[in-house]
Design a protein around this ligand. Structure first.
Ligand code: MRU
Length: 362
């Protein structure tokens, strides 16, 4: 997607330097700064500290992180340790483990001297597939949006949660890809952007939409219910960090509440995700590990001070007990459809198996 008219992806591979450059998302939306990742430790830190975030981007970064690590130590032990280090960074987004498993399968049989070069190529393939799949999700979602658009040419109002836009992927995004496709196709569209406490990924969504010119309004998470009840939301679309084989969806905490409010108001609730987010080995949502993050994400509030300098304000004392589950699980029965690069399907074992027979029965 574009920043100020310049086509931009979330990461830039620099294989000749044994490094990648990433947009440091911990600084957005207040500051756009690129960070260099040149060691295994830096790659693991970037994922854990959420300099990169969003399930597909976490997977792609881990793949490049492995390529970086193998440049330093391509031995069997080096490969094992790098996979273990990167795999331990964040538990919920299955794309991380999917990417590492794919990389390991490709690299382990090779002689160590050939591993680093092959790893860069495989990481490139993962990144390019992510872009192509997300673009396809956009086209499938556009078809659904066209069916929902008010007949009188009035604006289609879509609500999203967290950031499942291009910042959360290599490019295009998942939930926002149909939004960009609709906007680019001239469909009148407006997005309700849910703030997404405590880390406020909704502000990243607003930043993206602003740069693309898509009309949007940021609302507090707690405003979702009244907006739906007043008929001001035509559809909800979110991304996913892991979709179980039965169609249960793990996504950013707060997603479940939106699905509940959507169901009570008969508003379609879509989940957009590529193949790398589907976990056919996970039978149902209860088996998905939910990341519990540091309580300081909740105790501190980040923003700009009066001089425009990034700063953190304490809203709770350091010793205050807080709970900070980063994700929740939305049961399949609340999901209208899952939109993947292969099309839309019911959120069910049969629906997913019909789209991915080779994975469901393999
Ligand atoms: O904790 P985050 O910011 O990595 O969580 C991101 C989400 O929950 C996204 O909705 C999900 O990863 C899908 S991104 C295309």
């Amino acid at each position: 997607m574009k920043i100020d008219g310049i086509p931009t992806r979330t990461l830039r591979p620099r294989p000749a330097d044994g490094a990648i450059e990433i947009i440091d998302q911990a600084r957005l939306p207040h500051e756009l700064r690129w960070a260099r990742v040149a060691t295994l430790a830096e790659a693991a830190h970037a994922i854990r500290a959420m300099q990169v975030r969003g399930a597909p981007l976490i997977g792609a970064t881990a793949a490049y992180g492995l390529a970086i690590a193998l440049g330093a130590d391509p031995s069997d032990v080096g490969l094992q340790e790098a996979v273990a280090t990167l795999g331990a960074t964040r538990p919920t987004a299955v794309n991380l483990h999917w990417a590492l498993a794919r990389m390991h399968q490709r690299l382990a049989p090779l002689p160590p001297a050939e591993r680093a070069a092959a790893a860069w190529l495989e990481a490139d393939a993962i990144a390019e597939e992510d872009v192509a799949q997300n673009r396809a999700i956009g086209q499938h979602g556009l078809g659904l949006f066209k069916g929902l658009a008010p007949r009188d040419g009035k604006t289609l109002n879509v609500m999203t949660h967290c950031n499942a836009g291009w910042l959360a992927t290599v490019d295009w995004g998942t939930a926002l890809s149909p939004v960009y496709a609709a906007f680019d196709a001239g469909l009148p569209i407006h997005v309700w952007v849910s703030e997404t406490r405590p880390r406020n990924q909704g502000l990243l969504t607003a930043w993206e939409l602003m740069h693309h010119g898509v009309p949007h309004t940021v609302v507090a998470d707690n405003a979702a219910g009244i907006l739906m009840r007043e008929g001001r939301v035509d559809a909800v679309i979110v991304g996913a960090d892991r979709i179980a084989a039965n169609g249960d969806v793990a996504n950013k905490v707060g997603t479940y509440l939106k699905a509940l409010a959507g169901a009570d108001n008969r508003i379609p609730f879509y989940v957009a995700a590529p193949r790398s987010t589907l976990d056919f080995a996970c039978p149902e949502g209860g088996a998905i590990p939910i990341e519990e993050r540091d309580g300081d994400e909740f105790r501190l509030v980040h923003g700009l001070d009066g001089r425009g300098t990034p700063t953190a304000l304490r809203q709770l004392p350091a010793g205050e007990a807080v709970g900070n589950p980063a994700f929740d699980v939305t049961p399949a029965r609340l999901v209208t459809a899952i939109i993947t690069e292969r099309g839309a399907c019911p959120a069910s074992r049969d629906g997913l198996a019909a789209l991915y027979p080779e994975a469901a029965h393999g």
